[in-house]
Design a protein around this ligand. Structure first.
Ligand code: HEM
Length: 505
């Protein structure tokens, strides 16, 4: 034991020398210096107050772009809690996601928290299993026009019909409608048949536009409960087994059984048709997947993963964007001017690409409110980050096997040295000249970059344009600032309460 430790110590000393590593420049000192358990308490308290991201930003601005902290909820080592390195440095993030991606994997927390719902799907897997998932999914997203605009318009019609036709006197929570819309479009894309949660709301009389109490489709509810279960487990980290969430378990079972029905149907249709296809059928994701594999469990896992990946992300982007737009008549006016180029016609794929200001607004929303604001990986081997060591923080930094590297996209996107003194402001015009690389990472980077990026941006642009076409004016009915609602994604905690006017005055 002593000899093994001595050898390890000497090997690591050599490794550090070879790579020119120096001690981390800054360290955040925990109140509990051994296990860092105060981090769990602090996270719970800050989550309650909607202040986790403020804290993330404050620490990056106080301790510099890369610092060490003992705050991981991973199982401790024999020496105490695991060390985390927190970074908002593009070079370091590039190392974790691209140049040294093989040195990292998902943390034990992610496996434990996500696996009951997501099985061995793309979000939970690493190494060879991930390669298989990615290869399986990539062709299904390869078609540029993967988002179906005709289907989107049908759901959008329902969405718009739920907004009162008055003069903007009613207050509408667009957030609730966005979440239903993306659930409806995602299930149609995945299964070929939508859960129609907007229709359920309409059939219930459209009441409760300000509260999510109107009865939702059972699947959408089960998916929410299953997701809540994941978040709860992830927050408990190594203490996850102390909880028993019957509601979460039942929801996961329901989701799996529901998805299995569509998997079986896709397999049945595939067996009937064989490889024959007349080429003009509707694009259905589960049907594409069964062309690549007949393994029922693999197909189900991947579908549930895509649903989780695709639904809340796009809805959160729209929620955050419209929260800001409702408070920015100047930006709304510019959007209206640009969208007027369509002459009242429904947007086509070409139009979606050509409307630059719409794209700038989406980019800017994802910059100041990145929907996945933080992420982490665990070092699978001893490795190195290019920066963060030495007195000026410019020297390479040793990362011990088992350490967690957290990258704070929220802090990265608000770095004043990268985005200017107005980094905290929503200013779409900055995208006229901005061409960021690793400084801008709403969709992750490297080999694990989001596969649904084009799908998401197409859907978000379409919805934005349709709302701008439909309404002359939008007015915020929330006097407060944007407050974070942090789950697997981040969106406005208080919804997006607005008045929408069809006439301009
Ligand atoms: C605004 C919308 C979206 C944003 C901001 C976003 C962002 C991200 C981010 C940050 C990741 C990396 C997550 C991680 O593994 O830790 C990711 C991965 C992924 N996203 Fe998205 N996403 C969006 C929409 C979508 C949509 C609509 C789909 C599918 C329809 C999708 C499918 C995926 C998949 C499958 C992965 C896993 C990729 C892999 O590990 O190889 N995303 N996305």
């Amino acid at each position: 034991m002593v000899a093994r430790r001595t050898n390890l110590y000497l090997a690591r000393r050599r490794f550090k020398q070879q790579h020119g590593c120096q001690p981390v420049r800054n360290r955040f000192h925990n109140q509990d210096p051994l296990l860092g358990l105060d981090a769990i308490w602090r996270t719970v308290q800050r989550a309650k107050a909607g202040k986790i991201l403020d804290w993330v930003l404050w620490r990056a601005r106080t301790y510099g772009p890369t610092f060490a902290s003992r705050e991981s909820m991973e199982p401790p080592t024999w020496l105490g809690g695991r060390e985390s390195l927190v970074t908002a440095d593009p070079e370091n993030i590039k190392a974790v996601l691209a140049t040294r991606a093989r040195d990292y994997g998902h943390s034990a927390t992610r496996h434990v928290a996500f696996a009951p719902l997501l099985g061995a799907g793309i979000f939970v897997s690493d190494g060879a299993r991930w390669h298989e998932s990615r290869a399986l999914l990539r062709p299904s997203f390869a078609r540029e026009q993967v988002a179906d605009l005709a289907s989107l318009e049908r759901h959008m019609g329902l969405f718009l019909s739920l907004i009162p036709r008055g003069a903007g006197d009613d207050t509408v929570d667009l957030q609730m409608l966005f979440f239903r819309l993306t659930m409806d479009t995602a299930t149609e894309f995945l299964f070929g048949s939508s859960v129609e949660s907007l229709r359920a709301l309409k059939d219930s009389g459209g009441g409760g536009l300000l509260s999510p109490s109107a009865s939702d489709s059972a699947f959408a509810e089960a998916m929410n409960d299953a997701q809540a279960d994941i978040i709860f487990r992830a927050r408990l980290g190594m203490f996850y087994h102390l909880q028993s969430n019957k509601r979460g378990k039942a929801a996961i079972k329901f989701v799996h059984e529901y998805v299995d029905r569509f998997v079986d149907e896709a397999l049945r249709q595939d067996a009937e048709k064989g490889t024959k296809s007349n080429g003009d059928e509707k694009y259905v994701f589960s049907h594409e997947l069964v062309k690549a594999t007949k393994d029922r469990k693999v197909i189900r896992d991947e579908i549930v993963n895509i649903l989780l990946a695709g639904r809340d992300t796009t809805a959160s982007l729209l929620t955050n964007l419209f929260f800001v737009l409702a408070k920015r008549p100047d930006v709304w006016r510019k959007l209206k001017q640009e969208v007027a180029e369509l002459d009242g016609q429904l947007p086509t794929y070409e139009a979606l690409k050509s409307l630059k200001y719409v794209r700038w607004c989406l980019n800017e929303s994802l910059r100041i409110h990145p929907v996945v604001p933080m992420n982490d990986k665990v070092a699978l081997v001893d490795t190195v980050l290019p920066r963060g060591g030495g007195p000026d923080g410019q020297a390479p930094l040793f990362v011990e096997k088992g350490s967690i590297v957290t990258w704070a996209v929220y802090a990265l996107h608000r770095r004043e040295d990268l985005y200017g003194a107005d980094a905290d402001e929503f200013r779409p015009e900055r995208w006229e000249t901005l061409r960021p690389g690793w400084e801008y990472l709403p969709f992750n980077g490297g080999p694990r970059i989001c596969v649904g990026q084009q799908y998401a941006l197409t859907e978000a642009a379409y919805v934005t344009i349709r709302l701008v076409q439909e309404f002359a004016r939008i007015e915020s009915r929330d006097p407060g600032p944007w407050v974070e609602g942090l789950g697997l994604t981040v969106c406005s905690r208080n919804g997006t309460k607005v008045g929408l006017y069809r006439e301009s005055s």
